[in-house]
Design a protein around this ligand. Structure first.
Ligand code: GMT
Length: 379
């Protein structure tokens, strides 16, 4: 198949899922054309089946906000014509599904079906804002296919947007051959020179991640035992996290790594992963950690309980319950055997439910289904 994929190229779960999906499809001999304003993070441009088409957003003094959605629609049509795309797959509804809808209308009577994958904040935060709700609902209803990354997000979409059309749940996934436990003693020694246990967090440091809770949990752990915290990522709340680290005099124990691409090289050196978010429709970073045999303490919100089983491969707390999280962390880190056992179960469960080798064929089947339905509808 020849597939056009649009996503945000920035540091965020939807872009990561879209990029990894594109790479998995390319490895299965599909031609994948990324259409966005910059190459997505984690994209491998050396793959002969992967192509990148840049959306150039022309500006003009009249525009305070250049109309990206229109430039994107135009580029989608151009790529469809030049590359004979079979379909478009857009990740994150706003504004990508609206652009795809425009591109499909412009392409008519030629067929350019498009599939929208909902990721979370496009429904729960941004999409439910009155400024965007009607157009997001419309573009979801008009999509030729719609998928959601968790059952929680499916239910939320049907409820918040009063949508009657079917939506397929295809969960997020991880490449289980790449995300494996491969400890790197040198790296570990750099972070924890005297063998202290390592706690880790990875996100885009947006307010929804409650990054200061991660620091607070760590501070309470550190008050009970030697430990180190490794923070991967960057975003609006990094300053607040750095301030809290200084305030608690933890500078020697906390490492800020900034944005990193090959996170599978880092996760294996963690003993515990923290994800105390206010909301997560899935929690991809938790899954990546689990695949590397790292147990997770996360919040019992959104789609997280579909990924982590409390007291089996991790612990679930309520948002803001930092003392409870710290207690679980100290229990787990003081008994290395318990941590290893939970970590191994985490990998088994991640592999059983969310391996790319099982999830990617679900996308391929879904593409085929949408193609034959649209073909039949226009016959
Ligand atoms: O979490 C973010 O701020 C990024 C956001 C995105 O769309 O880029 O993540 C959402 O999509 C991820 C991939 O499907 C999910 O793993 C995250 O749980 C989801 N974030 C939220 O629901 C807050």
């Amino acid at each position: 198949m020849r597939i056009g994929i649009t996503c945000y190229p920035t540091y965020g779960g939807s872009g990561v899922v879209a990029t990894e999906l594109g790479q998995e499809l390319a490895a299965r001999d599909h031609d994948v054309h990324f259409i966005s304003y910059a190459p997505p993070i984690r994209m491998n441009l050396n793959d002969p089946h992967i192509f990148f088409h840049e959306v150039e957003v022309a500006s003009y003094p009249l525009f305070d906000h250049p109309p990206y959605a229109l430039a994107l629609a135009t580029k989608m049509l151009e790529v469809f014509e030049a590359e004979s795309l079979d379909l478009l797959h857009v990740h994150y509804a706003i504004p990508h599904s609206v652009s795809a809808l425009l591109a499909r209308s412009m392409a008519a009577p030629r067929r350019l079906p498009f599939i929208t994958t909902l990721h979370g904040t496009d429904i729960t935060l941004v999409g439910s804002n009155r400024s965007y709700l009607p157009i997001t609902k419309f573009s979801i209803e008009q999509s030729d296919g719609v998928t959601a990354i968790s059952t929680y997000l499916l239910d939320q979409t049907l409820k918040e947007f009063d949508i009657k059309r079917p939506i397929e749940v295809i969960p997020n996934f991880v490449n289980c051959d790449l995300y494996v436990r491969r400890p790197n003693p040198e790296q570990r020694a750099k972070w924890a020179p005297t063998g202290e246990p390592i706690l880790m967090h990875l996100s885009n440091f947006r307010p929804v991640k409650r990054i200061t809770d991660t620091v607070e949990i760590f501070a309470q752990v550190r008050a009970k035992m030697p430990a180190k915290l490794v923070l991967i990522g960057d975003g609006p709340d990094r300053g607040a996290a750095e301030y809290l680290v200084r305030k608690k005099k933890l500078q020697k124990d906390v490492h800020f790594l900034g944005k990193q691409d090959q996170v599978y090289r880092l996760l294996s050196d963690a003993d515990l992963f923290l994800l105390p978010s206010q909301l997560e429709s899935f929690g991809l970073a938790a899954l990546e950690a689990m695949a590397c045999e790292v147990p997770v303490i996360a919040t019992n919100v959104g789609g997280i309980p579909e990924v982590i089983e409390h007291d089996v491969d991790g612990y679930l707390i309520q948002p803001g319950e930092v003392a409870t999280a710290a207690k679980y962390a100290v229990d787990l880190l003081s008994r290395a055997d318990r941590g290893r056992e939970m970590g191994q179960l985490a990998r088994i469960n991640a592999k059983r439910k969310f391996c790319a080798n099982d999830v990617i064929p679900s996308y391929e089947r879904y593409y085929q289904r949408v193609l034959s339905e649209t073909r039949a509808a226009s016959a």
